[in-house]
Design a protein around this ligand. Structure first.
Ligand code: C2E
Ligand code: CA
Ligand code: CA
Length: 565
């Protein structure tokens, strides 16, 4: 991955689109010291220039009112383009009311005419370009370099896009697993292992070359997922794959098994499609007579398990089998860490099934809407807990709760949250709201309106799992958020190589641009903490300080904080 941020020698090119030559001249004059400049007199000319692949534009400055093709129309056209990379656009206007419309059309920022503040203009241009490049770098890292397939998040995002585009299309979910992969790794070395994965990715894509839809990812080490258009049978599709793999890797006994969930049920979550395929695949583990196994709904245990969880939810709520745990967040920029806040995380202590991890039931409840009930319960418990701590210690620990996508579309959301804080005599800042980044990526408009209302009420919004989703640049610069929470995967990879470390810096950069504090979660070691501190990361959450604990245990953190004060 090229890192252009380091490459300061290259002048980036800015395209200035304005029908009035005097405006083009002024802007050209302001920018020429720092940038190469190109000019267009209307949208049509600009579009033609942008489509020319031999020139790379880092930014477009766009006037709105122009003859031939105006700024709005150009924005609209650019939104539909997928065949070339569209640079960020800053709209120039004397009319404040044009902002909303241009944001909807994807503008990243605004400049107001007349241009009497050259420094402001230069600074804006610079920051938007930087921000965009940071984001592109983060995205570029979303491919699994080894197999050339997508990462899990992006894979699901692409399926979502296909679904939006062709919801009636029938597709099959396929998973492929390499048998005894860890042994291969041990016997032949990592390099050979990597080669096996690389080849498998390559050959799998090859098998489905003539399908309309074929997207793949490698969610974990030796497992591959594919989403392809539906076929009645797969005899022969993978024929030769095994022999070929044995030949190129020179490992004669290499073997893989394949699970297929055909004609997926679109009402299930994407994760569930591949869970089904995986369950089918697991059925033939160690069975050397079969290589392909088809998912069969009737005989599926995991389905029954899910069914059970769904059925048990109501009584679990009644019996208080759901317990809210709290994980502390510490600010680390001072000499010693300070307890800053906490995150509320749900646990299910099932009387018969034992402790169930949220990973098992949250996605399930998210896929069928039940999450709303559960979240409301967690918010209630968390609010009551903040109040309790205040009474017990005279100390306020703000708690953030998770807000699922579906919650945001609850017309009573605002009312419910306001009622909660008033019942518990809390200030809205004490109950913070974490919304995952991916929630921002579709139907952003509705979400933004809701979030705006909540912020007007005084609630503070944290964007959770930042870097895993798909929010566009214009959304980032225009959505109201108060805290950025970096996705855990950045921390996990941080010490692996320089590149991954760079990504963490980019995220921190973006937070700075947005002028909000950044939280790193999943921090487990002193080393990670020090590295993050050096990079200017504000807040840390992770096992380094503590796992999520029940409220009684959390009291110890408050006492310690008070002692050290
Ligand atoms: P999340 O919101 O990203 O929460 C962070 C997860 O990371 C938690 O897992 C937490 O226990 C874990 N974690 C924290 N520090 C570390 C660390 O240092 N190392 C490692 N390996 N993990 C760490 P948990 O509690 O299992 O929750 C998983 C996910 O389930 C959450 O991810 C969230 O998306 C969802 N979830 C949990 N509780 C709720 C809830 O009340 N409502 C909703 N809607 N979702 C929830
Ligand atoms: Ca969270
Ligand atoms: Ca998170």
């Amino acid at each position: 991955m090229e890192n252009f941020r380091m490459n300061t020698g290259i002048k980036r090119r800015v395209l200035i689109v304005d029908d009035e030559s005097i405006n083009r001249e002024i802007l050209g004059e302001i920018l020429k010291e720092k940038y190469e400049t190109s000019f267009a007199e209307n949208g049509k000319q600009a579009l033609a220039m942008l489509q020319d692949r031999t020139v790379h534009y880092s930014l477009v400055l766009l006037d709105l009112l122009m003859p031939e093709m105006d700024g709005y129309e150009l924005l609209e056209k650019l939104q539909m383009k997928e065949d070339f990379a569209v640079p960020p656009v800053i709209v120039m206007t004397a009319d404040g009311s044009a902002e909303v419309r241009s944001i909807r059309l994807g503008a990243a920022d605004f400049l107001t005419k007349p241009y009497d503040m050259p420094d402001v203009i230069k600074a804006r241009c610079e920051r938007i370009i930087e921000l965009y490049e940071d984001q592109s770098l983060i995205r570029a890292a979303e491919r699994d370099e080894l197999s050339g397939l997508y990462s899990r998040e992006f894979f699901y995002e692409y399926i979502r896009q296909i679904e939006d585009y062709a919801p009636d299309y029938r597709v099959d979910a396929i998973t492929l697993n390499i048998e005894h992969f860890h042994m291969l790794n041990e016997m032949f070395g990592r390099e050979v292992g990597d080669e096996v994965l690389r080849k498998t990715g390559e050959m799998l894509t090859e098998c489905f070359r003539d399908r309309k839809i074929c997207i793949g990812c490698r969610p974990i080490a030796d497992v591959f997922y594919l989403c392809v258009d539906h076929a009645e049978e797969y005899d022969g599709v993978f024929a030769g794959l095994q022999e070929e793999l044995a030949r190129v890797t020179k490992i004669p006994r290499i073997r893989f098994r394949i699970g297929i969930y055909q004609d997926v049920d679109k009402s299930l979550s994407y994760e569930t499609w591949f869970d089904h395929a995986k369950q089918a695949c697991d059925l033939i583990r160690g069975d050397y007579t079969r290589q392909i196994s088809y998912y069969n709904k009737e005989t599926n245990e995991k389905d029954l398990y899910r069914e059970r969880l769904i059925n048990d939810m109501d009584s679990a709520l009644k019996n208080k089998d759901f317990v809210v745990y709290f994980q502390p967040k510490y600010s680390i920029l001072e000499d010693r860490p300070h307890l800053r806040s906490a995150e509320a995380l749900i646990r299910w202590k099932h009387p018969e099934l034992g402790m169930i991890s949220p990973g098992d039931f949250i996605p399930l409840f998210e896929s069928n809407g039940l999450i709303q009930k559960l979240d409301n319960y967690v918010w209630q418990e968390a609010s009551a807990q903040i109040k309790k701590w205040k009474e017990e210690y005279g100390y306020s620990v703000p708690v953030s709760v998770n807000v699922s996508r579906i919650d945001i579309y609850d017309p009573e959301l605002e009312e419910k949250l306001l009622a909660l804080i008033s019942e518990n005599s809390l200030a809205p800042e004490e109950l913070m709201l974490e919304i995952t980044e991916s929630a921002y990526s579709n139907n952003a408009q509705g979400l933004i309106e809701t979030v705006n209302h909540l912020r007007e009420d005084g609630f503070r919004i944290e964007m959770d799992d930042f870097g895993s989703g798909y929010s566009s640049l214009n959304m980032l610069t225009t959505i109201p958020i108060d805290v950025l929470k970096m996705d855990m995967k950045f921390i996990r990879n941080m010490q692996k190589d320089e590149k991954s470390k760079k990504l963490v810096e980019l995220v921190i950069d973006i937070a700075r641009f947005l002028d909000v504090p950044v939280v790193a979660e999943g921090v487990e070691t002193e080393e990670q903490l020090q590295a993050l501190k050096e990079m200017g990361c504000d807040i840390i959450q992770g096992y380094y300080f503590s796992k999520p604990v029940p409220p009684e245990e959390f009291g110890a953190f408050i006492r310690k904080e008070l002692e050290e004060k």
